[in-house]
Structure formats: structure tokens, C-alpha cells
Design a binder for this molecule. Structure first.
Ligand SMILES: Cc1ncc(COP(=O)(O)O)c(C=O)c1O
Length: 397
């Protein structure tokens, strides 16, 4: 039977809809949920969401905030104690002095990305990004009628841009670059010297650097990478309570902007969002309490253990992991060896092995069908089970 025809729009809609794509990961996720509803098991290794919730002190602070009626509008850039707590976090963890007035609390890093685009882009402006990259970046750029230049960044460069890329792809409409370290989907950080060179190349062209540090506290090397704020007050840094702080649905993040732009960002924030969620802001103060940080650091160690299991296990299954992921909770795995496009492989692994992964097409165009994002934000026990399921499926002739 043919599917019923979708009704056409009742009136013309914006042309930008033609360039904004849905997440393929969400379509797969919906299929995974349907499979579970039909009584079949799925191991979710697709969405980028920690399997831990907010620690007890944060939940208690939320409860107290609601009881105290701290649920009205707040200042557009967030409550002062939270901006101060974030500034203190930069001083404690990174040894960097950031004035609280430069910190804008937002509705997730997504709210920060929208503010950054509203601040920096005109219709027709171009933004440089690595391919692969977090897809919302380019879609939010499109929502502001600007365009993205995706620059191929393969494993030999740890999937990050370098200064030569900035020079080679800079054009008359280019305004700057958006990078993330560690990156989603690759889990790889940018080397400090490479970042400095990228920033120098951007400064030489009066370009901006929007640097997404949402996974910065989730890194597994001997030392945590220092924030890019240490490189100068001109860098715009994004961060969030979603990942390290395990509060995805609370919709809270922040952005650090140059002092000279703070008033403009405030003007945009009050118009676009009025304010970030009030109760979440009051609760988030407890994220920085020593007992919460202790819990977050234990979880970071657990993510490192999971990475140390999954990377060699994937290699043993036949996936290529040509460069060691050192942060976030992602591995960008090369599926070339299996001889089918990653989109098909993801379908088959879901349907026949009950393991949900995300094919590269969500993250870029360059060799996208070769790559698969594997998310390890699930327990070690489930990861072992997922590897066994994939082993059985891949061994089937
Ligand atoms: C690199 C990156 N930036 C931003 C976001 C958005 O996060 P938030 O929940 O803070 O809006 C995500 C979410 O997965 C991400 O991976």
C-alpha cells in the first residue's frame, strides 16, 4: 500500500528549510525505540548523552530552588552567583582569570551557538568548519542565512583543522571558524600548538574563533587541556552543563565573550531567549561543590575505562581507529573493511544485532559512508555485550 501523501504547506515557508537537515541519528533512534517496544533488546550507542544523572547535591538544590519559588525570569545573561561560580571554575581548573561579566549563561551550548551566530554572521557570511563536525553548527549557521565551508579533516590531522586550512579556504565572505575540542564525532582534541597557529591565522584575517569546549573536562590524557580562553580574550568559548555535568535535559550552558561584545550579546539574549531556565541555574550552583566535583571526576575515570575497553575491541572486530580518541565519549571508527556504506551497516547492526550506532553522514560529506560514530556513554557491561553482538553479526557469512 502506498504511504498517504504528505499535505503541502498551507503557505510558502523559508528557503533555509532546504539546507537544514534532520539528524539521521534521531531516525535510527526512533527505529531503535520501536524495536524495543516490540520486545527486542537494543544497546544504545548513538545519542551523545551521559548515562549518569545530576549528582545528589544538584538534585537537592533543584528541589530547594523550586520550593523557594526561584522560578521566575532571571537576568538575560544568567544569575550573578552562577556567572561567578563559572568564573571561579576557570580559575580553579585552568588558572585563567575570566571576569563574570564576560560569561553569558545560555539554554545549553545550543543557545550559545545561536547567540554566537546572531552576533557574528550576516546573510551570506561563510564559516569554516572541519569535516566531520557536529551537525547543528552548520545548521544553525544556515538558520542565520550564512553558509558553511566544510574542510576535509581526516585522521592524519586528528580530524582537526590547521593554520594551512584557514589560509587555503579563506575567502572574501569568510568571517571565522568554529572548532570543537575534543570533537564530536571523533573524540579527538586539537594539539595546543595547532590551536595557537589556527588562532594566529584567524587573527591575521580579522576572523573570529568560536571554540566549543563542551567536552573539555571529559578528557583522558595525563593533563586536562587548558581552555582556549588562556590564548586571549578574543576567543569565544562555548560550554555546557550537558556533558561533564550530566544535565542534558536541564538545558543549561554558557559562552564566554570578549568584554567589548558583552552588551551586544546581552541584547540578543534578552530578545531571543529572555533568560536561561531559572531553576536549572540555581541548581547548577551545586555542580561546583567539592562533593559534586568528586562524583564528576569518578565518572570521568569511568569514561576513560570505557574508552580503554572499546577502542581495542573495535579494532579487534575489524573497525579502523587510526587515531586515538582522547576525550568526549565517541570513537570515529572506519568501516571500510566491511565493504558496505556505514549507513547500511548501521541499519544492519540495529536490525540484526540490536546495536545502535550513528553513520558518518550525520557529520559531513567527505568519506562519510566510510565512518561510524560509536558512543561509549553506556556501562562497561553493556559495552561488552554490544561487542559480543557485533562479533556474532560480523562473523555471519
Ligand atoms: C560539540 C557539541 N556542541 C554542542 C552540543 C549541544 O549541547 P547542549 O546540550 O549544551 O545544547 C553538543 C551536543 O551533543 C555537542 O556535541
Amino acid at each position: 500500500m502506498n504511504a498517504p501523501a504528505r499535505p503541502g504547506p498551507p503557505y510558502p515557508t523559508a528557503a533555509r528549510l532546504g539546507v537544514i537537515e534532520p539528524f539521521h541519528a534521531m531516525a535510527l533512534f526512533r527505529r531503535a525505540v520501536a524495536r524495543e517496544a516490540a520486545g527486542r533488546s537494543v544497546i544504545h550507542m548513538s545519542l551523545g548523552e551521559p548515562d549518569f544523572g545530576a549528582p545528589p547535591a544538584v538534585v537537592a538544590a533543584l528541589d530547594a530552588a523550586i520550593r523557594a519559588g526561584q522560578a521566575g525570569y532571571t537576568p538575560a545573561c544568567g544569575i550573578t552567583p552562577l556567572r561567578e561560580a563559572i568564573a571561579a571554575h576557570y580559575a580553579r581548573v585552568h588558572g585563567v582569570d575570566v571576569a563574570p561579566q564576560r560569561i553569558v549563561v545560555t539554554a545549553g551550548a545550543t543557545g550559545a551557538l545561536q547567540l554566537a551566530c546572531a552576533l557574528l554572521l550576516d546573510p551570506g557570511s561563510e564559516v569554516l568548519m572541519p569535516d566531520p563536525t557536529y551537525p547543528c553548527n552548520r545548521h544553525i549557521v544556515s538558520a542565520f542565512n550564512a553558509t558553511t565551508t566544510l574542510i576535509p579533516a581526516g585522521p592524519e590531522k586528528r580530524f582537526q583543522l590547521d593554520a594551512a586550512d584557514i589560509a587555503a579556504h579563506w575567502g572574501p565572505r569568510t568571517r571565522g571558524a568554529m572548532l570543537a575540542s575534543p570533537s564530536n564525532p571523533t573524540g579527538t582534541t586539537i594539539a595546543p600548538a595547532q590551536l595557537q597557529a589556527v588562532l594566529d591565522a584567524l587573527r591575521a584575517r580579522s576572523g573570529f574563533l568560536v571554540f566549543d569546549e563542551i567536552y573539555n573536562e571529559l578528557t583522558y590524557g595525563a593533563e586536562k587541556p587548558r581552555t582556549a580562553l588562556a590564548l586571549g580574550d578574543d576567543v569565544i568559548v562555548l560550554n555546557s552543563f550537558s556533558k561533564y555535568f550530566c544535565m542534558t535535559g536541564w538545558r543549561l550552558g554558557w559562552m564566554v565573550v570578549p568584554e567589548a561584545l558583552a552588551a551586544d550579546v546581552e541584547k540578543l539574549a534578552m530578545n531571543l531567549f529572555i533568560c536561561p531556565p531559572a531553576t536549572a541555574q540555581h541548581a547548577a550552583l551545586a555542580c561546583f561543590a567539592p562533593e559534586s566535583i568528586g562524583i564528576y571526576e569518578q565518572r570521568r575515570a569511568e569514561f576513560a575505562r570505557r574508552r580503554d575497553f572499546i577502542v581495542p575491541a573495535l579494532r579487534e572486530l575489524g573497525f579502523g581507529v587510526p587515531t586515538e580518541p582522547d576525550g568526549a565519549f565517541y570513537v570515529y571508527a572506519d568501516c571500510a573493511r566491511f565493504g558496505v556504506p556505514s549507513e547500511q551497516l548501521a541499519d544492519r547492526l540495529l536490525d540484526e544485532a540490536g546495536v545502535c550506532l550513528v553513520p558518518g553522514i550525520d557529520f559531513g560529506v567527505q568519506d562519510a559512508q566510510r565512518w561510524m560514530r560509536v558512543t561509549y556513554s553506556t556501562s562497561l557491561e553493556r559495552l561488552h555485550e554490544a561487542v559480543e553482538r557485533m562479533r556474532r553479526y560480523l562473523a555471519t557469512p
